[in-house]
Design a protein. Structure first.
Length: 203
């Protein structure tokens, strides 16, 4: 089941409340219009004196508010949505200590001196890893015109292979991000890039 963030859930709740409010408002206005029309018809037919109509109003909908277009409830919901999206996160972000030492140790040390450890993490031999890098390094997903260069392809592929080689919670974005020392969102981006390169017919 897709994960819904707290911000998205709050947004959905506010939008639902706004829709319910609009429906209720439209129904109240329709009822008021029908009531006014019925009163007018009765007055014209002589069944109801013109000066007795004010006491028949059953809804707390003042004519002045209706004509002026004031909608404090709807305006309040919209203001809440604006306030919600004025910041990126509902709760204050807290720094999570991470380190890229695990990734550096794997690629710079185990890859050369301890291939069995390298294989246990990425499920491929160092030689196979090197061949894989050569095969996809020129793919366009690993190159961009941004002023901020991408992480070296060796590290991106290592992160993706680490995730592919694990299952369950160990393959979650959080666990992989904490192991590699990167952000949660970066894990998703790396996975998509490597998958795009590997699924390319030219591979």
């Amino acid at each position: 089941m897709p994960c819904i963030t707290d911000m998205q859930q709050t947004t959905n709740d506010l939008i639902e409340a706004y829709i319910v409010h609009l429906l209720g408002k439209a129904e109240a206005e329709a009822y008021q219009s029908d009531s006014d029309l019925a009163s007018s018809d009765e007055e014209m037919m002589g069944f109801l004196p013109a000066d007795s109509s004010p006491g028949l109003s059953l809804l707390p909908l003042s004519e002045s508010d209706s004509e002026s277009g004031l909608d404090p409830v709807g305006d309040g919901i919209i203001a809440s949505l604006e306030e919600l999206y004025s910041t990126r996160y509902i709760d204050e972000c807290r720094h999570i200590p991470k380190t890229t030492e695990n990734l550096r140790l794997l690629l710079d040390d185990h890859r050369i001196s301890r291939p069995e450890i390298f294989h246990s993490y990425l499920r491929v031999t160092p030689a196979c890893f090197d061949d894989l890098i050569k095969s996809i390094k020129d793919h366009h997903v690993f190159h961009s015109n941004s002023n901020k260069p991408q992480m070296p392809i060796e590290r991106q592929v290592a992160i993706a292979l680490y995730r592919f080689g694990h299952y369950g919670n160990a393959a979650s974005t959080m666990k992989v991000a904490l192991w590699a020392g990167v952000s949660y969102g970066f894990i998703r981006n790396v996975t998509m890039r490597v998958m795009a390169a590997l699924c390319d017919p030219r591979f």
